[in-house]
Each structure stands twice: as C-alpha cells, then as structure tokens.
Write a protein that binds this ligand. Structure first.
Ligand code: NAI
Ligand code: MG
Length: 501
C-alpha cells in the first residue's frame, strides 16, 4: 500500500479496477444455479457498477453441503493451529498487498470516503486478521480440578459450519471481524455480504485461496436478506450465524434459529448511544470536536454513533452552538477526494429513511439547529447534510430509533440522576460516553449505564484487544478480543476414569 493517497494514485487505481461479481463455492467463482443477478449501484453517482450474482436457496444448499463436507474432512478443522496461523497471516499480507484496490472497491460500492477506507477500514481489517492469526497457537485448553481418580479435559472445538451475515457500513472490516476468528478456529465459513456491498467480500475469496486456504472452507454468497440470508439462517446444517445489522433482522435470525436447528446466534445490532456531557467537563472545544466526529464520521452510518447528545442545561446553549459550527466543517463531498470528510449515504432507501426521520423530528416539535437537507443532487448520488436537532425529548422517535445517518439529537438534563435515567431510557445498549472532571461521578455513571462499551472523557477509543458488543437489544456475544473466539468454538468435557490398581 502506498504511504499517502494522492489524486493520481486514486485515479490510476480506479482505471485498473475490475469489479468481481460472482458467488464463490468450493474454491471456484460461478453464477447462481438460476443465473439470477441483481444490480449493484454506486451511491456516489447512482450509476450501475455491475450485475452481481443473486444467490438463491439452491446455491445456499450447495454452499452448505460443500462447507459441511470440508469441515468433516478435517482438511482445515483438524489441521494444526500453527498451520492455520500460517495461512491466516498470509491472508493478512495479501490484504495489505491489495489494500488500495480493496479501499477503492469499498468506496465505489458504498460511497464512504477513500480516506476512510484507505486509512481506517483496510488497515483495521489487516490488523484484525493478523491478530487472530497470531493468537491461535497460544490458546490452551483446561483440565478441571476433579477428584484424584478422574480426569476431566475441557477442550474447545470449532463449532462447524458458520454463516456470517454482514452489513454495508464497513464492508471489508465487518467481514474481517468475523472471518478472522471464525476461520482461524477451524470452522468452514459462508460469508453473505449486504446487497449494497458485495465487492470486497467476493474479492476476499480469491485472496484466501491464494493464501493457501483449502477449497470449500470459505465460500461467499452475494444476495439479499429475505432470500439469501434467510435461507442460510434457516438451514438445518448450519451450526452458527454471526450477524451484524439491524435489530429488526437480528430478531428474525433468532427466530430462524428456533424454527430450524437451534443454531448458535451472535448478534451486533446497533444502538442509540448517549454522549453525556457534564458542565464540569474539561476543554469544551475538544469535546465538541470529538462529539461531532462521533456522529458525523462515516456519514453517521456507525453502530456506535454518538447519536444522543445529553448535555447539562447550564452549558447546553454554548455546546449546541459550537457543535453546529463544527458540523459546517463536515459537509459531504466527493468520496474520491482524499480531503472530503463525509461521503455518500449507502443508497436511496437509507437516504429517504434519514430524511424521513428529520421530517418526523420537526413534526414532533424538535428544533433544527442546522442541516436537514439532501445535498449534491446534481451528482446523481445520495448525500445528506450534517443535522443537529435541539430541544429533543427522549421519548421522540429521533431519540429512540437508530437513524444511521448524520443526525444528532440534543437533550438536556439537570442532575446526574436525570442524565443516567435518560441515558438508560432506550432499548439499545451498545455504547455510551461520559465527560466530567469528577472521578467519582465518572465511575458511578460508567457502572450504572447499561451498555457494552463506556467511554470516559473520550468517544470511540477502540482496539481489537477489547471486546465490542451490546447489552439489551444491541446484541448477543462479542466481536474482537479473545472473547470473539467463544462464538466460533464449543466446549467439550471429556471424563476419563483413572482406575487406581
Ligand atoms: P439489515 O439489517 O437489513 O442488513 C444487514 C444484513 O442482514 C445484510 O447482509 C442483509 O442482506 C441481511 N438481511 C436482511 N434481512 C435478512 C433476513 N430476513 N434474513 C437474513 N439476513 C437478512 O440492514 P439494512 O436494511 O441494510 O439497514 C437498515 C438499518 O439497519 C439501518 O438504518 C441501521 O439502523 C441498521 N444497521 C445497523 C448496522 C450495525 O452496524 N449494527 C449495520 C447496518 C444497518
Ligand atoms: Mg453497492
């Protein structure tokens, strides 16, 4: 990967780009058995990128059969951890070698800026995959403290055939977060990318093959949710579904598991994260910058987006004024321009959804402090202005539902008790932040907010060594860290009777 991006480098990479389009089963690309395709549109300009294989239930059956056969063969599932490590580390190396191409594919596919894909998503994905490659020959099993004449081995086995269903907001990275730990533990995997973002997932298959992964261990089925995703999640020979996306679909996946074979389900389902600012916080200007970035970064299409600004009444006026000013520096621009802060919204549906929420917020009586408009219509693409709502009540739709766009809802509080109540008054529990100089208050808030990640005097510190996931309806299980391995492994207890002769 070149050190820094220039317009010339980007243009050259775009010119040399070829967009992959087919499903991948048993080490080979092919069309659907039914020959069905769907249109893959770029939100940058609303134009067709390519026609992509639309995987049907027949293709799902084929992919699951292949993944099962490969798993039972032991070619990967029973191979030495040191071998799996070698292949996964090679895969990380190939991600790096092809990093610019992968960044360009993701930008084209979902309209996020090339700066984001190149400097954050691709390096983040590489780091993640490499970390799981490195960990696998360093984890040990256990022996339990049983009575002297017996021996109980507690061992971890790969769960079997895993399906990963991933979203479009970080196409490569959300796939990498599941692919690394699922593969390195010895499972066979079927990856289903979102219909908005199939390109890097399909390309990944080739890179894994080049890294030496045996045929049939990794399969990719591009397609939609209701047909492709549903058939996978309902399949009786799939052992686990690892999902990132909306809560609505997360609940469906749980249902599919219950209706079929009780397969394990891991869910990461978004949030409505509170960003609580106390009047005794330090350095308001920095907090404003961080808070604006935490809602407008990646166009607000982030599961941990700081979408509820919960600010103490004595500093509310000043804070909102500063956030509005900051938002003007974060206007959407050409995603191919390395200096753009925001790019395009993923598709027309999501753009309309965002705008619908903004209209709803106005109708419910919240005040638009800035923004509220669709932008850059002349591009043919889908862009939205950073938007700040003032005078929001926590029971309004714009404070309760995940908008997944650049829309901030500002709510005020008087006491810490009230801040806590508002912060927890949500069906979600993914992330939360507290800004204060009072260490006591910081700790107590951190203990009592119901969320998987709490940020004290920061927002979105993140590292793959730390688990990410949610309380309440934000999900089940965790991505990242060695805890992510729990999704893809199952415990076996083996009792050995020691006959004392
Ligand atoms: P979605 O939840 O419908 O899509 C996520 C993935 O699930 C995609 O791969 C999709 O094809 C698949 N899927 C959809 N329906 C399915 C079904 N019945 N069975 C199996 N798989 C299915 O998300 P969508 O519609 O793209 O976005 C809607 C909202 O979801 C967003 O506005 C946002 O609020 C939320 N979202 C949250 C994400 C997160 O990171 N937690 C990521 C993407 C969306
Ligand atoms: Mg697309």
């Amino acid at each position: 990967m070149p050190e820094a991006l220039t317009k010339e480098i980007i243009e050259k990479a775009k010119k040399n780009l070829s967009c992959p389009s087919q499903l991948f089963i048993d080490g080979k690309y092919s069309n659907s058995i039914t020959e069905k395709t769907f249109d893959n549109i770029s939100p940058i300009d609303g134009k067709l990128i390519n026609k992509v294989t639309f995987s049907q239930p027949e293709d799902v059956n084929k992919a699951v059969a292949v993944a099962r056969k490969t798993f039972e063969s032991g070619v990967w599932s029973r191979s030495a951890p040191a071998h799996r490590k070698k292949v996964i580390l090679k895969f990380a190396e190939l991600l790096k070698k092809n990093g610019l191409e992968l960044a360009v594919l993701d930008t084209l596919d979902v309209g996020k800026t090339i700066n984001d894909t190149y400097t954050a998503d691709v390096p983040g994905s590489i780091k993640n995959v490499r970390w799981y490659g490195e960990i696998i020959d360093k984890v040990y099993d256990d022996i339990a403290p049983t009575p002297y004449n017996s021996l109980a081995l507690i061992t971890k086995e790969p769960i079997g055939v895993v399906v990963a269903i991933v979203p479009w907001n970080y196409p490569l990275m959300m796939a990498a977060w599941k692919v690394g730990p699922a593969l390195v533990t010895g499972n066979s995997l079927i990856l289903k990318p979102a219909e908005q973002s199939p390109l890097t997932a399909i390309r990944m298959a080739e890179l894994l093959a080049e890294a030496g992964l045996p045929e049939g261990v990794f399969n990719v089925l591009p397609g939609d949710g209701p047909i492709t995703g549903k058939a996978l999640a309902l399949h009786n020979d799939v052992d686990c579904v690892a999902f990132t996306g909306s809560g609505e679909v997360g609940k469906k996946i749980l249902g599919y598991s219950g209706q079929s074979n009780m397969k394990r389900v891991q869910l990461e389902c978004g949030g409505k994260s509170p960003n609580v600012i106390f009047a005794d916080c330090e350095n308001l200007d920095t907090i404003v910058k961080v808070s604006a970035k935490a809602i407008f970064g990646n166009q607000g299409e982030v599961c941990t987006a700081a979408s509820r600004l919960i600010v103490q009444d004595s500093i509310k006026e000043e804070f909102v004024e500063k956030v509005v000013k900051e938002s003007k520096k974060m206007m959407p621009g050409d995603p191919w321009d390395p200096s753009s802060f925001m790019g395009a919204i993923v598709d027309k549906t999501q753009l309309d959804k965002i705008h619908g929420y903004v209209e709803q917020g106005k109708n419910e009586g919240a005040k638009v402090a800035t923004g509220g408009n669709i932008m850059l219509k002349n591009t043919g693409g889908y862009y939205y202005e950073p938007t700040v709502f003032d005078n929001v009540k926590n029971n309004m739709k714009i404070a309760q539902e995940e908008i997944f766009g650049p829309v901030l809802s500002s709510i005020t509080f008087k006491s810490a008790e009230e801040a806590l109540k508002i912060a927890n008054d949500t069906s979600y529990g993914l992330a939360a932040a507290v800004w204060t100089r009072d260490i006591n208050k910081a700790h107590l808030m951190a203990k009592r907010i119901k969320a998987g990640s709490i940020f004290v005097n920061n927002y979105d510190e993140a590292d793959l060594t730390v688990p990410a996931g949610g309380f309440k309806q934000s999900g089940i299980g965790r991505d990242n860290s060695y805890h992510a391995l729990d999704t893809y492994l199952q415990l076996k207890s083996t009792w050995i009777k020691l006959a004392d002769k």
